[in-house]
Design a protein around this ligand. Structure first.
Ligand SMILES: [Zn+2]
Length: 213
């Protein structure tokens, strides 16, 4: 690894059960995609998978992001599926092909979060806080779930760094659930009604416009 990378931890032993189209927010839309050249694959074998996932995503715009492979990736929480270098605009993957769509969307949405603005980040945080205050457990990915499990009420109240990191990971995991095309996964543990509310939030905040990354 070069420089400081965000890492997406692996939850060992869990795997996607099925990849299929899902009806619901963010799925199956006829988006226009001015994304040619947005992702530059250092490893050409990644390109077809990227093209397939991009068809599911809202339109993105920004400077090119390089993607490649890096076997043996490790992050703060051990072995990682991927690492993102936001400033270098690079994403490195070390994941099974079946996991690639979910991991790719998660990592791309780190760039979205960075540029989403304080109002959107605060709004998503309020949605998460209301879930927790309502006694909702579960998440839409291990990265968010492991952070959620360590939070205190004071973290939430004071919007501490662990709280903000949780909000970021939950945002990326929610995007991965929404846009990757993976219908079911052992890491999708959030209650169905909360999934729907999150999907509506994404539609309201990000729907129908080009997203800067
Ligand atoms: Zn992440």
């Amino acid at each position: 690894m070069v420089g400081r990378a965000h890492g997406l931890p692996r939850n060992r032993g869990l795997a996607p059960r099925k990849t299929a189209a899902r009806s619901g927010p963010g799925q199956g839309r006829p988006w226009a995609h001015p994304t040619d050249g947005l992702f530059v694959a250092d490893d050409p074998s990644l390109a077809p998978g990227v093209a397939r996932v991009l068809r599911r995503l809202p339109p993105l715009a920004g400077a090119p992001i390089r993607i490649g492979r890096a076997p043996g990736l490790r992050g703060r929480y051990g072995a990682s599926h991927a690492g993102t270098l936001l400033r270098d605009r690079r994403i490195l993957f070390d994941c099974a092909p079946a996991e690639f769509p979910r991991i790719f969307v998660h990592e791309v949405f780190h760039f979205v979060w960075l540029r989403a603005g304080n109002a959107a980040r605060r709004s998503f945080g309020q949605l998460l806080a209301s879930e927790i205050e309502g006694g909702v457990s579960g998440e839409l990915g291990w990265s968010a779930e492991l952070r959620k499990g360590k939070l205190t009420a004071a973290d939430r109240r004071n919007r501490t760094r662990p709280w903000r990191e949780y909000c970021c990971e939950s945002f990326c995991d929610t995007a991965a659930w929404l846009y990757s095309g993976v219908e079911r996964h052992d890491e999708f543990t959030l209650a169905k009604r909360c999934r729907k509310t999150r999907g509506q939030w994404f539609d309201r905040m990000l729907g129908g416009r080009q997203i800067p990354i």
